[in-house]
Design a protein. Sequence first.
Length: 133
Amino acid sequence: MAVFGLLEYQEAPPEVRAVYDDIMKTRNTDWINNFWKAIAHDPALLRRTWESLKQVMAPGALDPLTKELIYLAVSVTNQCAYCIASHTAAARKAGMTEEMFAELMAVVGMANQTNRLVSGYQVEIDEAFRTAG
């Protein structure tokens, strides 16, 4: 259960409803997910987070599926069950296949394993990596 409960559309003040309306319009949906309803108790946080997310996830050099796959990978690494569910659904909607998901999980697992090994062994960064690109 969310710490302060979920702020439903019907009980939301106008400034929250405005953000909810934008979320639904932007995502072409008729519902607000629990993440937004949980943080809506702080309208400034809600608006700031939504505006940042819209900007970051907007079309750009990375296509929408790539952005969702990255978001999913970070969510898996951070063990955020809610974000894993949300961004798995969004990645599927953007075209992720079962094979892509399996490959993504293999990469995430390998990256986490080697990251921990590098940290544990305190491996110094190669000079060639410092000067690359």
